[in-house]
Design a protein. Structure first.
Length: 347
């Protein structure tokens, strides 16, 4: 049997076409089921293609593992539509990204796709772009609704509801044999590896992962929350320190993304702990290495952050702007729980 890549699987297995996604999601701020497909497998390259529209894409940081997948998909789908595409790296610096946005405006791009470095700067971004009447597709990092309202009809957000991803993390723990209470004392003790504190995804994943436990009637105790800013090395160091400080008291390690979970796993193994036996570990993104760890029993689970679905929806929203059609404020794509039962299909 011929093996296909995770990305090709996601494309092939989608049930709802991207155009259907865009007309179905509407302006609701709650997550709705939205899988999407891309018909093309055109190779993505770093060079701009000649097309019927010029699209500028601002990514907060190329070094981010998930955004690497996302921007690769996005570039492919935009070029397949015949658009000229230029993608720039904000290097996790808002001033750098602001300069890049101004350069795109000077060049007269037709649409801007923006993954903001700081969501708190989204209103300033809109105020900068608004005089040019250039449409904006915000992706991955959700601005406040008031920001989108301030540029109504010319601005939208494509993403996944991070509350759902946090809830799924909690449910992954509740679905274990001990429901997270490994020592059977009636209380789930945990540590949390958090992403950027200004990022709404980090905030919601932190909050809703634990809310899923308490909503199920579980008593919980947070031993410590670590600010690891999505970084694998920082998480590895912090989890090593936590294991040295708290030892067997740690029953669950929650990580806002898989990069931090991979770092946590290194320290867990170095400390002689075994995931699934005396500790649980969950992440978000379904990065290939993390999914393989789920298959191998080295991670309790992860949550698929659908880069294919989101990139396709962002490309379709861009096309609506290019063609002068009506665009909704919000387009949502569902997360998916990845467990030992279904992980192999995401490799």
């Amino acid at each position: 049997m011929k093996m296909i890549s995770r990305r090709d699987f996601m494309k092939a297995s989608a049930v709802v076409g991207a155009a259907g996604v865009l007309t179905a999601c509407g302006g609701s701020s709650s997550s709705t089921a939205a899988s999407s497909t891309a018909a093309s497998s055109a190779a993505a390259s770093s060079e701009a293609a000649t097309g019927s529209a010029n699209v500028g894409v601002c990514i907060y940081q190329f070094a981010d593992n998930f955004m690497t997948l996302y921007r690769t998909d996005l570039e492919e789908y935009l070029k397949d539509k015949g658009y000229a595409v230029t993608i720039v790296d904000g290097k996790n610096d808002q001033n750098t990204q602001t300069e890049q946005i101004n350069t795109f405006l000077q060049q007269g791009v037709d649409v801007l796709i923006i993954n903001p470095v700081q969501t708190t700067s989204a209103q300033t971004i809109v105020d900068t772009i608004k005089p040019s009447e250039t449409p904006i597709v915000f992706i991955n990092r959700e601005p406040e609704k008031a920001v989108l309202d301030s540029y109504a009809g010319k601005c939208c957000y494509v993403g996944a509801d991070a509350r759902q991803s946090g809830t799924y993390q909690g449910e992954l723990i509740l679905e274990t044999e001990t429901q997270g209470d490994i020592n059977g004392d009636g209380k789930i003790t945990y540590i949390m590896c958090k992403g950027d504190p200004e990022n709404i995804d980090a905030q919601y994943r932190t909050e809703y992962s634990i809310k899923a436990l308490t909503d199920a009637g579980k008593e919980v105790e947070c031993l410590y929350e670590y600010l690891d800013n999505w970084d694998q090395t920082t998480a590895q160091q912090d989890v090593a320190n936590a294991l040295a400080q708290y030892g067997d008291k740690i029953e669950v390690v929650f990580c806002n993304n898989d990069a931090m979970a991979l770092g946590a796993l290194q320290s867990i193994e170095q400390a002689g702990r075994t995931v699934g036996k005396d500790i649980y570990l969950v992440g978000v993104d379904a990065l290939k290495e993390a999914v393989q760890n789920v298959v191998d029993g080295k991670m309790t689970g992860t949550v698929l952050n659908d880069d294919v679905g989101q990139a396709t929806a962002a490309a379709e929203a861009t096309q609506l702007f290019v063609e002068g059609k009506d665009v909704e404020e919000y387009y949502w794509v569902d997360y998916v729980k990845v467990t030992t039962e279904n992980a192999a299909q995401y490799l």
